[in-house]
Design a binder for this molecule. Structure first.
Ligand SMILES: [Zn+2]
Length: 250
C-alpha cells in the first residue's frame, strides 16, 4: 500500500510549488483518489501513475481547493483511454460526492468538451452518507460527516471525513473539519498519544489542537516528519497504541 501526495495546499491563492489538496491510495489493485484539487491528474501522470488504474474517487466537500481538479481528472482518464484503450463498457469509475449538484454541473461542463465526453466506460456518481461507503477486496472506506460546512436545507451533511482500512491497517482522512472532535466517530480507540510530524522541520502545533486533545486526555508529541515516521515504526513494533499525523516534507 502506497500513498501518493498530489497536492497538499488548501484554501489559498495559487502558490509556487504547491497544488490544492489531493492524494491517491495505491493498493496494488488500483488507485483510490481522495479529493481532487487543481492539477492533481497532471501531477499524478507526470509522477508515472497510470490514471487508467483509478477505480474510485472520494470528494470530502465541494470547496474548490478539494474539487477543482476533478473535471480535469475525469477528462484525462478519458483522453488516455482514447489513445491506448484499456477501459471498456464493463468498467466503472465510481465517484463519491456529498451532493449530486456538483456532479451534474461537472457533467454539463464536460459535455461541451471534445467528443461530447462520450466514454467507452461508465461513471457512477454516489452520494456520500454516514457509514460504510464501499468494500473492494481488502479496502473498506467509511464516511462520517464533519461540521466544516453547515448542513443543507434538507438536513443533508455537505462535508465528510473518511476512515480507510486496508487489511489490518487504517488511516483517517479529515478533509477540512471544524473541530478535532469531528473525527472522534472515525477513530477506533483512544491512543496513548499522537505523534505529530510537522514536515521537514519541527514546528509548534496549533494551540487549539493541543488544547482539544488535552481535554480528552491525549498527549501530543511534535517532531519533524522523518523522526515521527521512525518513532511510529519503533513504537508500533512494540505494540504501543499510538496514532500519528504526518505532514508532508515539502
Ligand atoms: Zn473547505
Amino acid at each position: 500500500m502506497k500513498i501518493h501526495f498530489l497536492g497538499t495546499c488548501a484554501g489559498t491563492e495559487p502558490m509556487p510549488g504547491c497544488c490544492h489538496l489531493a492524494w491517491a491510495l495505491d493498493t496494488g489493485r488500483g488507485l483510490y483518489w481522495f479529493d481532487a484539487g487543481e492539477g492533481c491528474s497532471r501531477t499524478a501522470h507526470l509522477m508515472g501513475l497510470d490514471l487508467l488504474d483509478v477505480k474510485r474517487i472520494f470528494i470530502s466537500h465541494g470547496h474548490m481547493d478539494h474539487v477543482g481538479g476533478l473535471g480535469n481528472l475525469l477528462w484525462n482518464i478519458r483522453k488516455i483511454n482514447s489513445m491506448k484503450p484499456r477501459l471498456d463498457s464493463g468498467h466503472r469509475i465510481e465517484v463519491y460526492l456529498p451532493n449530486l449538484a456538483t456532479w451534474s454541473g461537472l457533467m454539463q461542463l464536460l459535455a461541451q468538451t471534445e467528443g461530447g465526453f462520450q466514454c467507452d466506460y461508465r461513471h457512477v456518481p454516489r452520494l456520500i452518507a454516514d457509514g460504510e461507503l464501499c468494500r473492494d477486496g481488502e479496502l473498506r472506506v467509511i464516511a462520517h460527516h464533519n461540521r466544516h460546512l453547515p448542513p443543507a436545507a434538507d438536513g443533508a451533511w455537505l462535508s465528510f471525513s473518511f476512515r480507510i482500512e486496508v487489511g489490518p491497517r487504517s488511516l483517517v482522512y479529515s478533509g477540512d473539519i471544524a473541530r478535532p472532535d469531528d473525527l472522534a466517530p472515525l477513530v477506533a480507540a483512544r491512543p496513548e498519544f499522537i505523534l505529530l510530524g510537522t514536515g521537514s522541520d519541527l514546528s509548534r502545533p496549533p494551540r487549539a489542537l493541543v488544547a482539544g486533545l488535552e481535554e480528552r486526555g491525549i498527549g501530543i508529541e511534535p517532531m519533524d516528519s522523518r523522526a515521527a515516521a521512525r518513532a511510529w515504526g519503533v513504537l508500533r513494533g512494540e505494540g504501543r497504541q499510538i496514532a500519528a499525523a504526518l505532514y508532508p516534507l515539502a
